[in-house]
Design a protein around this ligand. Structure first.
Ligand SMILES: Cc1cc2nc3c(=O)[nH]c(=O)nc-3n(C[C@H](O)[C@H](O)[C@H](O)COP(=O)(O)OP(=O)(O)OC[C@H]3O[C@@H](n4cnc5c(N)ncnc54)[C@H](O)[C@@H]3O)c2cc1C
Length: 398
């Protein structure tokens, strides 16, 4: 992508972010994914953002895609996180799918503006748990898929669903040995309106409510041979940056939105007459100045971590990392941005005061949305754990 093309997509994202900002408060209050924004997202041209140019897409690199996520999140982080799932999947598909499937899916995304969701996690365990969803061979080269995906962000706005399922033997029994189970996990891509796929509206959470992360049920869904996209574990984790960077972009945008809203309130808010004076402006109080400065440092640190990791990936310097710790090292940026978002929104409420604690206040919503950050894979504690083990030489068996 040329610098001019990058500037164009960022301008598009900023314009769309204004619509996200307008829709965000009601979507949160009503606990509803705003499906009316799906045609707007298609019209924006961003659907093909990260599809490589050789497949007819806009060819955004990972850094540009991350910046777009950040800009959209400055409008509304929950709505941005929903559409972000499409870009995460497209980015992962650049390496995950077998080539014939990749060509077909990218053609549908470019020519028909199809949107993809990626529910992999299940109830028993998150993304790192092995799929209980079964793909039972149907005897003619395809499978029958049965299972429940409990984290299906964007499912109400998607045309295609990418998911993992464990290919069983013809009797439908899951492998009992976990290495065999992992080796049999495959990725499939199907139209989301395939007979037997249904959405159960289970999403009711403290934050990120507008993502519409409902449950997707597969009940004996026919998956033909050409729905098979390759091995799941090797593929997905090899393209992990498209997940970690896009989540980081959203939460960085969230922190910047919270910081900007707080600064505007603190510049204007007056306590009126207090024991200290007849008209006490918040901006004149020392700890308010200090607190806002700390918020800026947190927000800036997150943005710089994001940009640095983007540069490292563009330069290919991640090749110098310990491959066994790669997902954890990528997750450094997700951890930095999501923890910054939590701290920034927490401080924002303290500085602005009790009005920000009321339902409907933008900072109250951002505070709740920020709490979703640690759950995105790798979960923040998994990342700490992996990195600690790597540093102690335990990953190499040393
Ligand atoms: C807003 C939002 C949207 C989401 N959208 C999607 C989506 O579209 N698609 C999707 O697939 N997922 C999605 N997720 C789910 C996310 O991927 C899961 O939260 C994640 O996989 C963790 O699963 P879990 O939260 O159920 O926790 P669990 O996996 O049940 O973890 C429980 C505890 O065990 C720890 N743990 C888990 N696995 C390991 C391990 N292997 N080693 C050591 N410790 C471990 C965790 O850190 C945690 O402390 C979304 C999450 C959020 C918050």
């Amino acid at each position: 992508m040329t610098p001019d093309e990058q500037a164009d997509v960022l301008a598009t994202a900023r314009a769309l972010a204004e619509e996200f900002a307008a829709a965000g408060p009601a979507a949160d209050a009503d606990n509803r994914f705003p499906t009316e924004l799906v045609p707007r997202y298609r019209d924006s041209g961003l659907v093909a953002l990260s599809v490589p140019k050789k497949y007819g897409g806009l060819g955004a690199d990972i850094w540009t895609t991350t910046l777009v996520s950040k800009e959209l999140a400055k409008g509304d982080p929950a709505i941005a996180l929903a559409f972000n799932m499409h870009q995460t999947m497209i980015g992962i598909f650049r390496g995950l799918l077998d080539e014939p499937m990749r060509e077909r899916v990218f053609a549908e995304v470019v020519d028909e503006q199809k949107i993809v969701c990626g529910p992999f996690s299940e109830d028993r365990a998150g993304l790192t748990g092995l799929a209980d969803t079964k793909a039972v061979p149907d005897g003619s080269g395809g499978w029958r898929v049965t299972g429940r995906k409990t984290w299906a962000t964007l499912c109400l706005g998607a045309d295609l669903v990418a998911f993992n399922a464990t290919i069983t033997d013809p009797s439908g029994e899951l492998p009992t040995e976990f290495t065999d189970h992992a080796a049999r996990e495959a990725v499939f891509v199907l139209p989301i309106d395939s007979p037997g796929i249904s959405v159960v509206e289970t999403w009711d959470t403290m934050g990120m409510r507008a993502t519409g992360t409902h449950t997707l049920v597969f009940d004996g869904v026919a998956a033909p041979a050409d729905a098979y996209g390759g091995n799941f574990r090797n593929g997905l984790f090899g393209e992990f940056e498209w997940a970690s960077m896009s989540f980081a972009g959203v939460y960085c945008g969230l922190a910047e939105k919270a910081y900007a809203a707080t600064r505007e309130i603190l510049r204007k808010k007056s306590l009126g007459a207090t024991m200290e004076g007849s008209d006490v402006a918040l901006k004149g109080i020392g700890y308010i100045q200090h607190g806002l400065g700390r918020m800026l440092v947190d927000t800036e640190t997150a943005a710089r971590a994001l940009e640095t990791t983007g540069r490292i990936l563009l330069d290919g310097r991640d090749a110098e990392w310990n491959p066994l710790a790669r997902t954890g090292l990528l997750d450094v940026t997700k951890v930095a941005t999501t923890e910054a978002a939590i701290r920034v929104t927490d401080t924002a409420l303290r500085l602005v005061g009790g009005s920000a604690f009321r339902r409907g206040h933008v900072l109250e919503r951002l505070y709740r949305d920020a709490r979703g950050g640690p759950f995105h894979p790798l979960t923040t504690d998994q990342a700490y754990d992996l990195l600690g083990r790597a540093e102690l030489g335990l990953l190499d068996g040393a």
